[in-house]
Structures are given as structure tokens and as C-alpha cells.
Design a binder for this molecule. Structure first.
Ligand SMILES: [Zn+2]
Length: 374
């Protein structure tokens, strides 16, 4: 038997996560408290029959009686929270994200004392909501999913039989490649089907031919460091778009970010000798602190490595099928201003129903969306 006092260490749950959960439970101790919190995000609800907001409902009750038409309404019907059985687990998962905590499904299943499958479902459905909002962000950049192939260690419905989960990436690329070849009007870049993509695990340059603003920025780079501000003045490209372009150029090993938010043209010689960029650089590195000086040398040069390492440490690998949903969760965890208290609950409440089939049917596209700063 495990004594309650050391339960968290036996479960391998991080102390901070455990503390946060206790804080949540002390505020929302009963199912009724959690239902109230969930309904508060939608203004308390209204009658589904006549639309009246004059409804009669007991504290924590899911069913309300309309004072205008006398009909009863189930407040969760047709919403994200339809058919949920454990409001504390659902609201708790949302609350943790809004308070800057991230757990994997296994940790959350122990924390909230729900079945692993429930924890997994909660995480997938929340991430689908966040992903939907990510699509609407104007400064997102698209990257080849192959850049993250090192993470694909778990199987999914998309994994071919009897092979390693990484083959899911290969299969995706083959079908994309096939689609691009059979459609002569398709641009290889647009489909992400550059020949390099047929080698899973090898980071693939996404930008084959530079054009437009990306070319303009690239042309401004030389071996002399240039600041973001100077680039902004030279190109007249808005700062947000400029940062996104620079991330792409960095991933493509055309640009190299230096301390002080300066950039040089990247060459093998420059990459070998350049001082590692400061951890605090306002870029995709935000929110990640390498733990040792050695990590700084080995990890800091590639924004992709930072993301990959975050996923390895938090989720211990993933199935390719859900990469984009994990990227959305990472964004939700790190973009504290965007996802402050109430924001995720609101997004979920406004999203509508998500059923298990929506999750099963989800497949990460060949190009994934990433927000430049996260
Ligand atoms: Zn009514």
C-alpha cells in the first residue's frame, strides 16, 4: 500500500504539477463546482426550445427548466462538454493549461484519477480546439512534418502493419509525392514534396526556391550581423512577418540567429564558429531553458531541436498522426498571454461537439503549422 503523503513521488508526478492540482481541487472540490465553472463560460445557458435565458436550475445541475415555456434543457447538449461524465477532470485539464502547467495523458490520468483512455481523450479534444484557433493565427509558419520524424515512436491507425511508427511519415510523403507528380500543375513546394522528404528523420529544407519577401530578406543577409530592426527598415516587412520568415530561413540553414537578435548568412563555417544564441532570444526558443552548458552547445542552434526535446521530455514520443495536435498543445502551454485564465474554457465552450470519430479521423498534414515564437 502507498501512503497518501508520498503518493506523488511514487507516481512520478512532478511536484509543481501535483501542487497545482491540489490548488485546483481546493477551489473546485465538487462536481457541482466544476459544472458551474463550465456553464459560467457560456453565460449560464439558455432554453433550447424558446431561447429564453430565464431558466431555473439548481447549483451544479446540468438540467434546467425554462420559466417561459416550461420545457427542460440539458445544458451540455450540442456543446464540447456533451456526454462527459467527469467535469472535474475536463475542467481540471483546461484549468492546468490556463495556469501554465502541462502534463502528459499518463500523468493526468494519475493526477485526476481517471482512466488513461479518458485522460487521453480529454487531451486530444482540447488540442483539437486549440489547433482550430492556431489555424486562424496570421503569423504561423508552415514546416515539413518530416523535421519532427525523430519523435514518431508510437503507433496509430495510420501506421502501416509490422513496421516502425516512423514509416507513417514515409507513407505520408509517398502519397504526397505521388499526388504532386500526378498533378503537373502542382508546385512541389506547395505540397512539401521536395525529393529530400523521402528520407524520414533527415531535416528537410522547406524552401526550395526563394521568392517574394523571403527572397528579399535573404538577399539582405551577409556575414555582417544585421539586427531585426535594420532588416525591418530595409525591407519594410512588418516585424511579425519578418520573424516568421527568419525562422524559415534559419530552419533552411540560410540564416543564423545570433545573440542580440541579429542575423547573418549561414554557411557551414559560420555555423561551426558562431557563438550560441542567447537563451532569451525572442524566437521559438522562448519558454525552454537548456539545463546545462553542454545542452546549450548541442541544442541551441536548431529551433526544431528545442521543440523535439520539449516533446520528448513531456510526452516521450508520439504518433505522427497527432503531431499537429501536440504542436497546438505546446503553443497553448507557452503562449501565456493568449491562453490566460478563461481563454481555453471559452474556446472549448464555443467550439461545439467533438466526438471520438473526429479524433480518430484526424491526421497531421504533410506541412505543420508552428507559431514563430513558440
Ligand atoms: Zn423555453
Amino acid at each position: 500500500m502507498t501512503s497518501p503523503s508520498n503518493r506523488n513521488s511514487d507516481d512520478g508526478l512532478p511536484d509543481t504539477l501535483h501542487q497545482r492540482w491540489l490548488e485546483f481541487v481546493s477551489q473546485y472540490g465538487s462536481e457541482a463546482d466544476c459544472w458551474e465553472a463550465l456553464f459560467s463560460a457560456t453565460g449560464g445557458g439558455k432554453c433550447q426550445h424558446c431561447g429564453s435565458e430565464d431558466i431555473d436550475r439548481a447549483y451544479g445541475a446540468r438540467v434546467a427548466k425554462c420559466r417561459s415555456c416550461d420545457n427542460t434543457t440539458r445544458l451540455t447538449a450540442g456543446t464540447f462538454f456533451q456526454n462527459i461524465r467527469n467535469p472535474q477532470a475536463w475542467f481540471g485539464a483546461i484549468w492546468l493549461f490556463e495556469h501554465g502547467e502541462i502534463a502528459n495523458a499518463n500523468q493526468f490520468h494519475k493526477l485526476a484519477k481517471v482512466a488513461y483512455s479518458t485522460a487521453w481523450e480529454i487531451y486530444r479534444k482540447i488540442s483539437l480546439v486549440v489547433q482550430n484557433d492556431m489555424e486562424a493565427e496570421s503569423d504561423s509558419v508552415s514546416l515539413s512534418s518530416g523535421l519532427f520524424a525523430r519523435l514518431f515512436s508510437k503507433r496509430s491507425l495510420e501506421t502501416p502493419a509490422h513496421v516502425h511508427p516512423i514509416e507513417e511519415q514515409t507513407e505520408m510523403e509517398k502519397s504526397e509525392w505521388g499526388a504532386a507528380q500526378s498533378d503537373p500543375s502542382a508546385s512541389p513546394g506547395a505540397h512539401g514534396a521536395s525529393p529530400g522528404m523521402t528520407q524520414p528523420g533527415v531535416p528537410t529544407p522547406f524552401l526550395n526556391e526563394l521568392s517574394g519577401p523571403a527572397k528579399e530578406v535573404n538577399d539582405c543577409l551577409s556575414k555582417e550581423p544585421i539586427s531585426l530592426e535594420e532588416l525591418c527598415n530595409l525591407t519594410k516587412i512588418p516585424a511579425g512577418q519578418l520573424s516568421a520568415i527568419l525562422v524559415m530561413l534559419e530552419l533552411d540553414e540560410r540564416a543564423l540567429g545570433l545573440a542580440g537578435n541579429k542575423f547573418v548568412r549561414s554557411t557551414p563555417a559560420v555555423r561551426a564558429t558562431a557563438a550560441p544564441r542567447a537563451v532569451a532570444s525572442p524566437n521559438v526558443l522562448n519558454g525552454f531553458q537548456p539545463s546545462t552548458a553542454e545542452d546549450i552547445d548541442s541544442e541551441l542552434m536548431s529551433p526544431i531541436n528545442v521543440i523535439v526535446r520539449f516533446f520528448k521530455e513531456t510526452f516521450h514520443g508520439m504518433a505522427r498522426k497527432y503531431l499537429q495536435l501536440y504542436l497546438a498543445l505546446r503553443w497553448c502551454y507557452l503562449a501565456r498571454d493568449r491562453w490566460q485564465e478563461g481563454a481555453l474554457l471559452r474556446a472549448c465552450s464555443q467550439f461545439g461537439t467533438v466526438d471520438s470519430e473526429d479524433i480518430r479521423a484526424y491526421v497531421t498534414p504533410p506541412l505543420v503549422k508552428v507559431l514563430p515564437r513558440f
